[in-house]
Design a protein around this ligand. Structure first.
Ligand SMILES: CC(C)(COP(=O)([O-])OP(=O)([O-])OC[C@H]1O[C@@H](n2cnc3c(N)ncnc32)[C@H](O)[C@@H]1OP(=O)([O-])[O-])[C@@H](O)C(=O)NCCC(=O)NCCSC(=O)C[C@@](C)(O)CC(=O)[O-]
Ligand SMILES: NC(=O)C1=CN([C@@H]2O[C@H](COP(=O)(O)OP(=O)(O)OC[C@H]3O[C@@H](n4cnc5c(N)ncnc54)[C@H](OP(=O)(O)O)[C@@H]3O)[C@@H](O)[C@H]2O)C=CC1
Length: 512
């Protein structure tokens, strides 16, 4: 079946009109037009030698070139100008999302450029082609088949560096991609205070990604039998063997089972080496369920993800059991540093932490939200290092604890983060800029000696940076400095037009 063009339906004019329009654009602006289409060798093109460079061949000629049986699609597309490719796409001969595949690896940027043009000329998105959305000089070969479909460019985000921060005896710059002014400054202040006390110590208490499929059974009795089998050493061994046949790095640690009526949920927990691991664990889970089905042919796998995982949604199970890397980070900040760097006191900070992060969050019914802004620091580092940004939901769960130490002179601070879901291979970590950031941290790619160590180190760095962010924001709140800081670092002077000034209100009518 011929692929369809999604945007053509919205076009306000017919394809014939469009073809005519394209010819006019070319004739009116040949300099801007692409170079002449090379000779087709097809024998079917009506273009003569005398015709000008910017000549746009007819649809049927373009089609004959494109569908020439002795050439690959990418060879044929190389013989067509961009406008001719657009013509074919607008006739439904080329799917918008298939451009890269058809063009081949050496014409990826051209594919993106043509997609922008096609989308721009549809009715509702005219500005894309001439927009500030960048698309040149990007390594799309890393994106293809891995990171994004239907690509029209990329979105640059400012990258700042906080710190350095001493974590387990080693100094790291803290990379943060963010558009929230003050965040890097605040985290840097926290790093300064933490370093003054000797830096941060971390412990990794668990490492295990999870996937929780939902499986239906025809009766509760059979569901119960299946649960008992999965819980048995025999069942566990069979599932583990099948699971681990799918990856060199995924190792099954546990299977937690639960029934809801006739539906069974299994929470697979596995180590995933240096990968965050969701593709890996999903692949293994599918294979393990095949092994289970050999024992229970009546079972119906409703979904590989039955939300018992729980991925990208708030859930108490993650907060209680952990998901990804579970890290606790701790430090002692000398009392004089609390005064000179953080501009507050140990007593005020401890009191605020209890009232805000513990009692305030309890009053709000929070699950895992016993912190001030762990999500701010974690998400900025996620974006900078190519993590899956949607996993900030559970990864940001954090309990911040503060207490006086050394006879009340100094401050003991910690963050407990049970679900830091990060990798240094796979996903967005393959992109060049994100790899550059991972390299700066010394955790790029797979750890050759100890698979998993790079991802674990990244999780420790993130927890430590969160500790810095917590300390600084709590201090600003305790000292009443929050708004002063945001007006200085977080209020754009460029994009606040005069028209956004409020109109002076008239007199308020008084009702008699
Ligand atoms: C991948 C599809 C769409 C294939 O689905 P398909 O039905 O095999 O695709 P198709 O080839 O028949 O094409 C159907 C349409 O899909 C689109 N389409 C098809 N291919 C492309 C492409 N390359 N680029 C852009 N669009 C594409 C396109 O609109 C196309 O129509 P056409 O234009 O051809 O008439 C389908 O299998 C799918 O939607 N899978 C789901 C994947 C998904 O949603 N992943 C989300 C990430 S998972 C996660 O992060 C969270 C999780 C899972 O853990 C949460 C949880 O716990 O549930
Ligand atoms: N499928 C899903 O349901 C979901 C997918 N995602 C997406 O999944 C992607 C990430 O999946 P993920 O499984 O992390 O990555 P990948 O799918 O890229 O898998 C990692 C690959 O790297 C290989 N590898 C090489 N060296 C190592 C090493 N030291 N440690 C671990 N793996 C190594 C693995 O080998 P081997 O083949 O031997 O395992 C595997 O092929 C992201 O794009 C994310 O957005 C997110 C949520 C859900």
């Amino acid at each position: 079946m011929a692929p369809t063009l999604q945007f053509s339906a919205a076009s306000p004019f017919s394809l014939r009109d469009l073809e005519h329009k394209l010819r006019q654009v070319h004739l009116a602006n040949p300099a801007k037009s692409l170079p002449s289409p090379p000779s087709s060798d097809s024998g079917s093109s009506s273009r003569s030698e005398e015709e000008p460079d910017y000549f746009l061949r007819s649809y049927s000629d373009c089609l004959a070139i494109y569908e020439h049986p002795s050439r690959s699609k990418s060879e044929s597309l190389a013989l067509l100008s961009d406008e001719e490719v657009i013509l074919l796409a607008n006739h439904g001969k080329i799917a918008l999302y298939a451009l890269e595949k058809l063009f081949g690896m050496d014409q990826l940027e051209r594919a993106v450029s043509i997609r922008r043009a096609i989308i721009s000329r549809s009715s509702s998105t005219k500005t894309l082609e001439s927009s500030n959305i960048p698309y040149t000089n990007y390594d799309y070969s890393r994106v293809l088949g891995a990171c994004c479909e239907n690509v029209v460019g990329y979105i640059p985000i400012p990258l700042g560096v906080a710190g350095p921060l001493k974590v387990d005896g080693k100094s790291y710059p803290i990379p943060m991609a963010t558009a929230e002014g003050t965040l890097v400054a605040s985290t840097s202040r926290g790093c300064k205070a933490l370093n003054a006390g000797g830096g941060v110590s971390t412990v990794l208490t668990a490492d295990g990604m999870t996937r929780g499929p939902a499986i239906d059974f025809p009766s509760v009795k059979l569901a119960g039998k299946a649960k008992a089998w999965v819980d048995s050493p025999e069942g566990h061994a069979a599932m583990k063997e099948a699971f681990e046949s799918t990856s060199r790095f995924a190792k099954l640690k546990s299977l937690k089972t639960a029934l809801a009526g006739r539906t069974m949920y299994i929470r697979f927990t596995t180590t995933t080496g240096d990968a965050m691991g969701m593709n890996m664990i999903s692949k293994g889970t599918e294979k393990a369920l095949d092994a289970m089905k050999e024992q229970f042919p009546e079972m119906v796998v409703l979904a590989l993800s039955g939300n018992y995982c729980t991925d990208k949604k708030p859930a108490a199970i993650n907060w209680i059991e952990g998901r990804g890397k579970s890290v606790v980070a701790e430090a002692v900040v000398p009392g004089d540093v609390v005064k000179s760097v953080l501009k507050t006191t140990v007593k005020d900070l401890c009191n605020l932490n209890v009232k805000k992060n513990l009692i305030g969050s309890a009053m709000a019914g929070s699950i895992g939200g016993f912190n001030a802004h762990a999500a701010n620091i974690l998400t900025a580092i996620f974006l900078a290092t190519g993590q899956d940004p949607a996993q900030n939901v559970e990864s940001s769960q954090c309990m911040t604890l503060l207490e006086p130490t050394n006879d009340g002179q100094d401050l003991l601070v910690s963050v407990t983060m049970p679900c830091i879901e990060v990798g240094t291979v796979g996903g967005g970590t393959v992109l060049a800029a994100q790899q550059g950031v991972l390299e700066m941290l010394g955790v790029k790619g797979a750890n050759a000696q100890q698979p998993g160590k790079n991802a674990q180190t990244l999780a420790r760095i993130i927890a430590s940076a969160v500790l810095a962010g917590e300390l600084s924001l709590l201090s600003a709140l305790a000292a009443g400095h929050l708004i002063k800081a945001h007006m200085a670092h977080n209020r754009s002077q460029v994009n606040t037009p005069a028209s956004s000034q409020p109109v002076t209100p008239g007199p308020i009518p008084v009702r008699s």
